[in-house]
Design a protein around this ligand. Structure first.
Ligand SMILES: [Zn+2]
Length: 322
């Protein structure tokens, strides 16, 4: 049985080979299909994982899982790939896995945004929020543009000595920076931070951050509560305007046996549940109880809290995260 890497991130070609190998090893459990093509014409691959000898996938209750809508959140795709691997290697030996594949189905898209991920994993990486498409403008605006200047494969943060800098070295380990106290006026040294990159049209004084050329956030391109660019940056010209989102939405609509949906992201260490824009009063009571019950189990398994986006996952109490 083919193994999947857990200690590094795989680029598109290797991901495709791994999926082919997994499906080739257990054709009775995995079926691959193309649900659409990305902006740069890469296949968006869906793995349908179920025991096909106990009934067709569309007759079983199913769970949808996708990953990598945010290009630099690589662990999501890694986790999705590992889930496919776990399901097919433990079927027949682990009772729970065997039962779940015999009676239920998983639809897994390990990389719904192959273009954006590929940019981030390139030899000279480029960070984009989600899609590689230029939006809402196609001309690069002035300012600091993050870039791998020295070709070491990384875009790092530089510390620049500055008497008015807001950062200082941590006393016990100068490799770490900590914020300077608001009224602190010591000998320093103090630093300000700058992202590695180039400045387009530098005026010699002010360094502003250039808005990203690829400014889409495909999280905001779904039809539910879609709002235009002026109200929700990165939302795209209209709901499902982006081929990746269009493909996912169509694939879900085509599979009415889907009962659950989860997206794998990276960073926050949290299980997020609806709603994003309404408090729990707006959730049907039964749904809320189910979400809480599932969340309890998720916390038990991972140690991560399970919370409502609206109540517990906002940077600004006056603003919603979407
Ligand atoms: Zn994300």
């Amino acid at each position: 049985m083919v193994d999947v890497p857990r200690d590094r991130f795989v680029r598109y070609r290797e991901l495709t080979e791994l999926l082919d190998a997994l499906a080739g090893a257990r054709p009775d459990l995995v079926e691959l299909s193309e649900i659409g093509r990305s902006h740069q014409d890469r296949a968006i691959t869906l793995a349908t994982v179920t025991n096909s000898t106990t009934g067709p996938h569309h007759e079983k209750p199913a769970m949808w899982i996708d990953a990598n809508i945010h290009a630099s959140e690589h662990t999501g795709g890694t986790a999705a790939l590992n889930l496919i691997h776990k399901l097919i290697t433990e079927h027949g030996t682990d009772d729970a896995v065997t039962r779940v594949l015999d009676t239920r189905c998983f639809y897994i898209v390990p990389r719904m945004n192959p273009d954006g991920v590929e940019l981030g994993l390139g030899e000279r990486p480029r960070y984009v929020r989600s899609s590689a498409r230029e939006w809402p403008r196609t001309d690069q605006q002035d300012g600091l543009i993050p870039e791998d200047m020295d070709g070491d494969g990384r875009i790092l943060t530089m510390r620049v000595p500055d008497a008015n800098g807001t950062w200082k070295a941590y006393f016990d380990d100068p490799r770490l920076l900590v914020p300077r106290d608001a009224d602190e006026d010591g000998p320093g040294p103090y630093f300000r931070l700058l992202t590695e990159g180039s400045i387009q049209n530098f005026d010699g004084v002010t360094i502003k951050h250039a808005p990203p050329l690829a400014g889409l956030d495909m999280n905001r391109n779904y039809p539910v509560e879609w709002r235009p660019e002026g109200e929700q940056a990165g939302a795209g010209p209209y709901p499902t305007s982006e081929p990746e989102i269009r493909a996912v939405v169509q694939a879900i609509v085509d599979r009415p046996n889907i009962c659950a949906f989860i997206q794998y992201h990276t960073m926050s260490g949290v299980h997020l549940r609806p709603y994003g824009t309404k408090n729990d009063e707006g959730l049907p009571t039964f749904d809320l109880r189910v979400f809480k019950e599932i969340g309890k189990k998720a916390t038990e398994l991972t140690g991560y809290p399970a919370v409502s986006v609206y109540h517990d996952f906002r940077y600004d109490p006056k603003d919603n995260i979407t």
